[in-house]
Ligand binder design. Structure first.
Ligand code: ADP
Ligand code: MG
Length: 259
């Protein structure tokens, strides 16, 4: 009967609609749903041989891709790095689709092309994040640089000025140093994303003043529509204060620990 047929079509459409609204849990589906650039998804599935997201990844990637700020509470070893790298790389490519092309082409990338800054408490962690970020953006033309203490500042500045920079990963002291140095030429006038990894450790190690000062060197977050992502194993009062002073209204809290 005709009406039974229409009912069936309506039921199928409703089902399709509901699966569309479910969070993505497999990396491959980020591409089939058109959420993340296929090149990035290929790197995840073919080069990195990843299949299913971890809990914190599912909960941060899906939310962050919608554009809201996210604070995630999760333990070490749960895959937080890709939890922030995937959405920020997608945001950069989406906001300025020809950015990477311009960087590769005749016009040299500028050290002021920085679209994302990732703040990490230690040099080792910052370097690990940079390694993962470089893997993820391979083939896109995006450029990743590190700004960490214990290395030659001058060499770092020259490398960044020569190669350009879209994603800067660093420790608070050195990041603040280069952003405030009038001669460094390293600025972030079009910053799309700010990530604070291991926020509890950043605060425990006494980096509050540096983080506050870094923020003063960044453009008005409203004007550049800066997305803020924060990760922490614990939610101390200090972390909550940092969330309050950083996150835009409507931010999402992904709690991925049992208490
Ligand atoms: P965290 O920052 O939470 O301590 P990392 O981002 O350093 O964790 O990831 C820990 C390890 O897990 C890394 O070796 C990473 O390559 C691996 N990993 C990340 N995501 C996945 C996943 N979805 N499936 C399998 N392994 C993963
Ligand atoms: Mg980590």
């Amino acid at each position: 009967h005709q009406s039974a047929r229409w009912q069936q079509i309506a039921a199928e459409a409703a089902e399709e609609q509901s699966t569309q609204n479910e969070p993505v849990t497999r990396f491959a589906d980020l591409a089939t749903r058109g959420l993340v650039h296929p090149n990035i998804v290929n790197t995840l599935t073919r080069q990195m041989k990843l299949d299913t997201m971890t809990d914190v990844q599912t909960r941060t990637i899906n939310e962050a891709l919608s554009g809201v700020d996210v604070i995630a509470q999760a333990k070490t070893g749960t895959g937080k790095t890709l939890g922030f790298l995937i959405p920020i790389v997608q945001r950069i490519l989406q906001n300025d689709p020809t950015l990477a092309e311009r960087a590769r082409g005749y016009k040299r990338a500028s050290p002021s092309d920085i679209r994302a800054i990732i703040i990490s408490p230690t040099r080792e962690l910052a370097e690990q994040i940079a390694v993962e970020a470089k893997k993820l953006v391979a083939g896109t033309g995006l450029i990743v640089q590190t700004a960490v203490g214990g290395t030659q500042k001058k060499a770092m500045l020259m490398k960044t000025q020569r190669e350009g920079c879209h994603i800067m990963v660093g420790t608070p002291g050195r990041l603040n140093d280069i952003l405030s140095d009038p001669y460094s030429r390293i600025r972030a006038p079009q910053l799309n994303a700010l990530v604070m990894d291991e926020a509890d450790r950043l605060l425990d190690q006494g980096f509050t003043a540096e983080i506050d000062e870094i923020k003063t060197h960044l453009p008005d977050p409203e004007e550049v529509e800066r997305q803020n992502l924060m990760f922490s194993a614990t939610l101390s009062r200090e972390v909550v204060d940092l969330v309050r002073s950083t996150m835009r209204p409507g931010f999402h809290f992904a709690k991925c620990v049992d208490e």
